[in-house]
Design a protein around this ligand. Sequence first.
Ligand SMILES: NC(=O)c1ccc[n+]([C@@H]2O[C@H](COP(=O)([O-])OP(=O)(O)OC[C@H]3O[C@@H](n4cnc5c(N)ncnc54)[C@H](OP(=O)(O)O)[C@@H]3O)[C@@H](O)[C@H]2O)c1
Length: 276
Amino acid sequence: MNKKTILITGASTGIGKTTAQYFAEQGWNVAATMRTPEKATGFEAFTGIKLYQLDVTDEQSIARAIDSVIKDFGKIDVLVNNAGYGAVGVFEKATKEQIQKQFDTNVFGVMNVTRHILPHFRANGAGTLINVSSMGGRLTFPLYSVYHATKWALEGWAESLQFEVRQFGIRIKNIEPGAIKTDFMGRSMDVFSKPDLIAYDTYEAIATKNTEESYKSAPDSAVVAKTIFKAANDSSYQLRYPASGQASLFLFLRRLLPLGIFNGLVRLAVEKGFKN
Ligand SMILES: NC(=O)c1ccc[n+]([C@@H]2O[C@H](COP(=O)([O-])OP(=O)(O)OC[C@H]3O[C@@H](n4cnc5c(N)ncnc54)[C@H](OP(=O)(O)O)[C@@H]3O)[C@@H](O)[C@H]2O)c1
């Protein structure tokens, strides 16, 4: 049987890296793409993984990487739009550049890579496009307004796109992780800062502390890699896959409860200790 090939963006660390390793263990050809492959570690033991340079904000690097992967493996069966990061904090402290960069990566980056892969998928009469969205693409927490806006954008975009491409045998799948232990909360995070603006200080400190506290019990990225594997092998046209127990529970409650009640629970958790 011919091996299937998956291309993953943002595979240097976290969910992308674990997904690359997991698919290689299952016998897939893996094109692990990243901004700086020369710095990559942890792939040496996997003969099925090949590294490629790809920055989702750079069209040339996208075209070059996709062409190389097709030359090396014959075709691409699955694309995972995983690259992304969080630009977070009090919205009033965000600069225009920080907001622009967040959308350039999390939204326009995904659209860039997708525009480049669709002709290939159409020509093959098959292809699965998997977006690493977030449970935060369908519900919200304080201090994440810009990040949420990007993930909500992905959810609406994917929900519409699936109508157009289904006729070509192309499946769209959004993976919706809850909190996952990766570099997301560390070196990848862009925190809005405006030292002169002190009006939000108490709120910001409390909400940040409570959010960080909740991340301590987050699972590692294996749960997401396994969900991506399930979606990649699912021949149905199911669009959404919550990834982690937390994501399943929170998305269930968000559907079940009126928004005012759900957001009351969010405030109880994230604003615990804040007196208004
Ligand atoms: N961790 C969570 O709690 C969580 C929850 C829900 C959804 N997610 C989503 O999961 C995805 C992966 O994040 P993660 O948690 O695995 O965090 P991570 O460990 O920080 O990984 C993020 C990856 O994205 C890459 N990246 C950033 N900008 C890029 C660009 N312009 N072009 C190509 N790659 C770029 C980073 O590359 P460099 O190494 O070059 O910086 C890194 O490989 C993101 O889309 C995130 O929004 C995460």
